[in-house]
Write a protein that binds this ligand. Structure first.
Ligand code: TZP
Ligand code: MG
Length: 206
């Protein structure tokens, strides 16, 4: 299966909402198709151990596994891919050091999107679409900004930032290949159900 078909429900971990392994197991049970391990301010050893656990789980569910920021952890855990932002390891270096990895690059505007594409990214994480309490420094571009980028680029786009069950259909109308979600799924009483409900909506569009 082409990798972009597995971007449709892309769940990103968040230690504010509990243990990564538990979160991910439930999100996968509900239908998440990609998982990204995003950890800030933890030891390398803890990052790697968690990555290896999530690598196993995602294989069991036939989902893609991405590591945020850290090329060394992505390589050591045998991840499918890595996601880097504008302050991280540049895409061209990642590509040279680990050509087997799927590379995601963050973009807030067309300039950042074109940087990622020209440097060899395989997909773009575009956002924040809406304001979000999860990443306080994220600027948001709205659905019009998202449409403006999606109509100009020809690599897969995963939309991110403030996406929830109420607004996700507006995002899905923007010609994108996936939704990346943290709080709407992980900060819910029932992760399996909230993942399942969002997946059901997504399946009507993608
Ligand atoms: N990058 C841009 S917005 C964001 C990240 C990591 C946070 C998305 O989290 P939420 O809770 O789905 O708004
Ligand atoms: Mg980053």
């Amino acid at each position: 299966m082409r990798f972009d078909k597995k971007l449709k429900l892309y769940v990103i971990t968040d230690s504010r909402f509990g243990k990564e392994v538990e979160q991910v197991k439930q999100a996968l049970e509900g239908g998440a198709t990609s998982i990204q391990l995003r950890l800030k301010d933890v030891s390398t050893r803890h990052f790697l151990d968690t990555a290896k656990d999530l690598r196993k789980l995602t294989r069991d569910y036939d989902a893609l596994f991405f590591v945020n920021d850290r090329l060394d952890i992505a390589m050591a855990s045998d991840a499918d891919g890595i996601h880097v932002g504008m302050d991280d390891m540049p895409v061209e270096y990642v590509k040279e050091m680990a050509p087997e990895l799927i590379i995601g690059s963050s973009a807030y505007n067309l300039e950042e999107a074109n940087y990622g594409i020209n440097a060899g990214a395989d997909y773009l994480g575009v956002g924040a679409v809406y304001s979000t309490n999860t990443k306080l420094d994220a600027r948001y571009l709205g659905v019009e900004g998202l449409k403006n980028i999606s109509k100009s680029v020809n690599i897969p786009i995963v939309a991110i930032g403030g996406i929830n069950h109420q607004n996700c259909e507006d995002v899905l109308n923007c010609d994108i290949q996936g939704l990346a979600v943290i709080s709407a799924i992980l900060n819910s009483n029932n992760i399996v159900n909230s993942s399942k409900e969002m997946r059901n909506i997504i399946d009507k569009y993608i």
